[in-house]
Ligand binder design. Structure first.
Ligand code: AMP
Ligand code: TRP
Length: 329
């Protein structure tokens, strides 16, 4: 007997980075043992900001390959593309009717997008969290694995559910976020969230050479100027990443890093080389599996078509219930 239902989604940004992996995908994979899981590539959400729509299909493919390579099992879990189950747009419209404008203009990601792209503030962008809430509740999910940046969206989802319940009665559970041990990964710039748009990321599917090269550009402890200066691992992003990779892959090499850094016995160049090697070792099985499934003709299309079929069955049932409660049926 499964504990409940998990739903998560991510915008098709193409190849996934280690921030996506450590913040979210790791939990997508782990939760499959205990929950019924639904994982969605949210292509409609991508339209709120994506100018390069001609890249959308390629980006969906790259992301789906990364998910499968990371261990999402399409036999046990449902993996599909958002627009392939069009019931979502109907639920989104209904949820828009019960969501006050003030809740949406307050959302931090909306404010940030308005600041960054003042020339493209569209209605869809304001509705982004309503669409996300609709994703989650269409599948009546109770658990949502996401990175820390998504917590305000989850809180809003819970508010929308409470409002729906108080007006129309109970249909949806109030979903809870599920964070990983490291829910926010900082990028190679040592300052901002790891993200493709800031070009501060390490892609899961990068080659070993690219990985070593990119890690070598990572910012380390800014107060350590000379090789002989003592380092501060507690504020160094490279050390945090050692905790995610070296600690797992080579615990004997991980244990001495902290002391060696503090005593200036190891320099940042060597420390980053070790990190690059650990990441490569950790990701080797993913990269091998990815190459293997990339070569399987029409496999991905079959997985996504099967996922859409199974997701659609759940979506239709929920929508029927919603329409009855709202007086539409
Ligand atoms: P996105 O690629 O922004 O659509 O994010 C997909 C998932 O990865 C979401 O659950 C995010 O919270 C998570 N995520 C993205 N970037 C990071 C990061 N730098 N650290 C931790 N989690 C992240
Ligand atoms: N907003 C999420 C992000 O940017 C993507 C997303 C859309 C999502 N729908 C969702 C995440 C439902 C969890 C559940 O990453």
């Amino acid at each position: 007997m499964k504990k409940g239902r998990v739903f998560s989604g991510a915008r098709p940004t193409g190849q996934q980075h280690i921030g996506n992996y450590l913040g979210a995908i790791q939990n997508y994979v782990a939760l499959q043992d205990e929950y019924e899981c639904v994982y969605c590539i949210v292509d409609i959400h991508a339209l709120t900001t994506l100018d390069d729509t001609h890249l959308l299909q390629a980006n969906i493919r790259e992301m789906a390959l990364d998910w499968l390579a990371a261990g999402i099992d399409p036999e046990r879990s449902i993996m599909f593309v958002q627009s392939h189950v069009p019931e979502i747009t109907e639920l989104f419209t209904y949820m828009g009717m019960i969501t006050p404008m003030g809740w949406l203009t307050r959302v931090p990601t909306f404010k940030e997008k308005v600041r960054m792209h003042p020339d493209n503030v569209n209605y869809g962008l304001l509705g982004y969290p309503v669409l996300m809430a609709s994703d989650i509740i269409l599948y009546k999910a109770d658990t949502v694995p996401v990175g820390e940046d998504q917590l305000p969206h989850l809180e809003l989802t819970r508010e929308i559910v409470r409002r729906f319940t108080s007006i129309f009665g109970e249909v949806f559970p109030e979903p809870k976020a599920k964070l990983t041990e490291i829910p926010l990964i900082i990028g190679l710039d040592g300052a901002n969230k790891m993200s493709k748009s800031l070009d501060n990321q390490i892609d899961i599917a990068a080659t070993p050479e690219e990985t070593i090269k990119r890690v070598s550009t990572a910012y380390t402890d800014p107060t350590r100027i000379r090789r002989s200066d003592p380092g501060h691992p507690d504020t160094c992003n490279v050390y945090t990443l050692h905790g995610a990779f070296t600690k797992i892959i080579a615990p004997d090499k991980y244990a001495p890093i902290e002391e060696a850094c503090k005593k200036a016995e190891v320099g940042c160049v060597a420390c980053k080389k070790l990190l690059g090697e650990s990441i490569n070792e950790y990701l080797r099985p993913f990269r091998e599996k990815r190459a293997e499934i990339t070569g399987r003709k029409s496999y991905l299309e079959e997985v996504l078509a099967d996922g859409a079929r199974r997701a659609s069955a759940i979506a239709k049932e929920t929508l029927h219930e919603v329409k009855e409660k709202m007086g539409l049926a």
